[in-house]
Design a protein around this ligand. Structure first.
Ligand SMILES: Cc1cc2nc3c(=O)[nH]c(=O)nc-3n(C[C@H](O)[C@H](O)[C@H](O)COP(=O)(O)OP(=O)(O)OC[C@H]3O[C@@H](n4cnc5c(N)ncnc54)[C@H](O)[C@@H]3O)c2cc1C
Length: 406
């Protein structure tokens, strides 16, 4: 693995730093903060730092994929605290899908509004009886004249209550399993759609149930061809890949944990001075370092044009386990405060307890979102280690194991 950037890339970094120093934060802007940020982003697109994968005609900067430049941009924008590509669903997932599979008309209609944030999206894959086993989706779309008539139910659709469109997997053909599924765009602002928010353990309600009762979609809103939805939904574009996002997140969590351990007093001394706790925190830090260097190795292989390693397949499971380890230490440090904290600060004045509770409850979702930990283990077993296919997916739902999340 080669961890150094070539002189060409180091020069790129220098120019990027100069750009950020000159334009971020935006100084002396007459408009609102949002307008000032938009002005900065416009300049960054002009200089080809943002929306690199989006063609110019849709408002992007249309650059060839370059993993090293992407990483340098990510690093330097983070360092400067500058707003990078927005991470909402439309930008991250829909635009790449439309660029790869969409018709010209679909791209022209959906991409510009998605870029500006006017069109907000929700993903409609999961159903009450189709989660890990997505091929079991039962929501149907029948073509009647020039409209699809949609009936069925989606669940766990993040932020559907504020979305305009849903990219849904629906059954358009009678064929079994993967074959009969299409990737259909549905306008959520219509009478045949009912959205119910689900209250979560954190008190928030970001997930929704979405019911379709003779909802309609134009015939040409299927993306990637009728019956080809499975293939389209599997799309992960190369330029989306990066193993670093989760490392930055873990860095932040570990920093907070160190503050908490420094502020906590047990048996008359600072918790952070206890050898057992230090050992545990050092172990967590070592895991994060291992993730960072695995991501570097992956990046180095990509840059050398070699097939990337297996790290990205393991990353989510490793991330989930590390977050739970951090959470467990935080819960031990907060002890009773963890349960007693009220908004503002913890019982004995230690600030931040409430945030830890929120984090802890919120983090339970990581073992499930985007493919549960058991499914991640199956992927590693089958695709990385070449082990035989698992049999658990064939068991009835109630007989499947639950996730261990402590
Ligand atoms: C934060 C969050 C955001 C989400 N956002 C969206 C969204 O926007 N749109 C959307 O469509 N969905 C969304 N989901 C749903 C998510 O994709 C599903 O919850 C997930 O795929 C698991 O499906 P399930 O809930 O039906 O559980 P099941 O598939 O029923 O799994 C139940 C348990 O059985 C285990 N299991 C299942 N199959 C196997 C197997 N073959 N081998 C071993 N164990 C197995 C699982 O690991 C799990 O422990 C979101 C979920 C979360 C937590």
């Amino acid at each position: 693995m080669d961890l150094s950037y070539s002189p060409e890339y180091e020069q790129y970094r220098i120019e990027l730093r100069e750009f950020l120093a000159a334009y971020w934060p935006v100084r002396d802007h007459a408009g609102t903060p949002a307008e000032a940020t938009a002005e900065f982003q416009r300049r960054a697109i002009e200089r080809e730092y943002l929306f690199r994968h989006v063609p110019r005609k849709y408002g992007g900067s249309e650059q060839a994929p370059d993993f090293l430049k992407n990483e340098i941009i990510r690093e330097e924008f983070r360092r400067a605290g500058a707003p990078a590509d927005p991470l909402h669903m439309g930008i991250q997932r829909i635009i790449p899908v439309l660029l790869q599979w969409g018709s010209e008309a679909q791209r022209d209609f959906f991409i510009p509004g998605t870029m500006t944030g006017e069109y907000y999206w929700s993903q409609g894959y999961s159903e009450p009886d189709a989660g890990s086993d997505l091929a079991a989706v039962r929501t149907t779309a029948k073509l009647v004249g020039d409209r699809w008539i949609v009936n069925g139910q989606k669940i766990w659709s993040s932020n559907a209550y504020k979305a305009r469109f849903m990219n849904a997997l629906v059954r358009t053909e009678p064929e079994p399993r993967h074959c009969g599924i299409s990737y259909l765009i549905i306008d959520l602002h219509q009478p045949g759609v009912e959205i119910r928010r689900i209250r979560q353990i954190t008190g928030e309600s970001e997930f929704c149930e979405v019911f379709f009762n003779d909802a309609q979609a134009p015939a040409d809103w299927v993306v990637g061809g009728r019956g080809n939805g499975w293939e389209v939904s599997r799309t992960t574009l190369r330029h989306e890949r990066s193993g670093f996002g989760s490392v930055y997140w873990l860095d932040t969590l570990l920093r907070r944990l160190i503050v908490l351990a420094t502020d906590t007093r047990r048996g008359g001394r600072r918790a952070i001075d206890e050898p057992g706790l230090r050992r545990e925190m050092a172990r967590i830090q070592a895991r994060i370092m291992a993730m960072r260097f695995s991501a570097y190795r992956d990046l180095s292989m990509e840059a050398a044009g070699e097939p990337s390693g297996d790290y990205l397949q393991m990353q989510k499971l490793y991330l989930t386990d590390t977050i739970y380890q951090i959470d467990r230490v935080a819960r031990e440090l907060l002890a009773g405060d963890f349960l007693l904290a009220t908004p503002g600060e913890g019982r004995d004045g230690r600030k931040g307890s409430v945030k830890w509770i929120e984090h802890s409850l919120n983090n339970l979702k990581i073992a499930i979102a985007g493919g549960s930990s058991n499914i991640q283990r199956n992927i590693i077993g089958e695709r990385v280690l070449g082990m035989p296919k698992d049999f658990v997916g064939k068991l009835p739902r109630e007989a499947r194991p639950t996730e261990a999340v402590v």
